[in-house]
Write a protein that binds this ligand. Structure first.
Ligand SMILES: *[C@@H]1O[C@H](CO)[C@@H](O)[C@H](O)[C@H]1NC(C)=O
Ligand SMILES: *[C@@H]1O[C@H](CO)[C@@H](O)[C@H](O)[C@H]1NC(C)=O
Length: 282
């Protein structure tokens, strides 16, 4: 947890946003912006604006969609997608995506690319083609405190994670399983096909087990899928889940946000320089 203080200025900015109706599905998991900026008034800027409009407009009719705003030149072309968690209803999806787009517009102002993962949805845009590309870059991993030896809990944990990682050959971009007090879920971005989604989830779940085995909860976010488990209520707004203190994180992403150059922005309080370091928080 030594890196936590680095985030403080960024978390403060995030918390200062007016968010009167923010629900658990709309709390921040991670966000990042490309370090490249477009110029105000550029064709790229209008591409980003119409992309955001299209994304919000389709979020109440579908849990996933992708868009390509073709500019006059390849450099002016911007791609984007949103992905809602599979258990959200259309209005919760719409609300989550609207919130994410608002925040992206603020935090990634003039950035050529950005990604924001809220609990209930992901919104991502970039100037290069990341659509349909499997990307297993680890963006965030977090584990809760260890539970201590509890054979029953461990068996249940194994079972729910085993269940959601099983491949029955059908396309299941969202998976959920619960056993007693242990719940687990996994979600792919639906630009992945069945095989890629299975592969990505399998990786995420494998890493989740190896990093967070024996913990009360764990989150493993890869670029195109995530897996998590937690002890407590199945209802994300219920007490067990809600008690998990989640701290949003902002990442500085490399040239293209789908590339493996994820860095954490250190806050200014920690020295004059902004230095990146790779993201391996537990
Ligand atoms: C995306 O934008 C950055 C910064 O302007 C540029 O270096 C990069 O080449 C662009 N990528 C594409 C595919 O246009
Ligand atoms: C992007 O959207 C189009 C139109 O909805 C769809 O046909 C296509 O399969 C999507 N591509 C990916 C990679 O999801």
């Amino acid at each position: 947890m030594k890196a936590l203080s680095f985030f403080f200025p960024l978390i403060t900015i995030f918390c200062a946003l007016p968010s009167p109706s923010m629900s658990a599905t709309e709390s921040l998991v991670y966000g990042g912006c490309s370090q490249f900026k477009y110029s105000p008034g550029s064709a790229y800027e209008s591409g980003v604006n119409s992309l955001f409009t299209s994304i919000v407009n389709s979020a109440n009719s579908s849990p996933y969609s992708n868009f390509t705003m073709t500019g006059q030149t390849p450099e002016d072309t911007v791609c984007g997608l949103f992905q809602c968690r599979g258990d959200l209803n259309p209005s919760a999806c719409f609300s989550c995506v609207s919130q994410a787009v608002n925040q992206l517009g603020t935090f990634c102002m003039k950035s050529t690319g950005g990604a924001l993962q809220l609990e209930g949805c992901l919104v991502k845009y970039d100037n290069s083609t990341f659509l349909g590309v499997e990307d297993k870059t680890m963006l965030l991993k977090k584990c809760g405190p260890l539970v201590g030896y509890d054979a029953d809990l461990m068996t249940r944990g194994e079972a729910v994670l085993g269940y959601i990682s099983a491949d029955d050959g059908t396309y299941k971009p969202y998976r959920f399983s619960g056993s007693g007090n242990i719940q687990a879920e996994a979600q792919c971005v639906q630009d992945l096909d069945q095989g890629e989604c299975q592969d990505c989830m399998k990786d995420a779940i494998g890493q989740l087990k190896s990093y967070c085995g024996g913990a009360k909860w764990g989150d493993m976010y890869l670029a195109k899928c995530y897996a998590r488990f937690w002890e407590g209520s199945a209802d994300p707004s219920g007490s067990g889940y809600g008690k998990r203190l989640r701290r949003g994180q902002w990442l500085l992403l490399g040239e293209n946000i789908h590339k493996a150059t994820v860095q954490v922005l250190e806050g200014r309080g920690k020295g004059k320089e902004r230095k990146g370091h790779s993201l391996t928080l537990i």
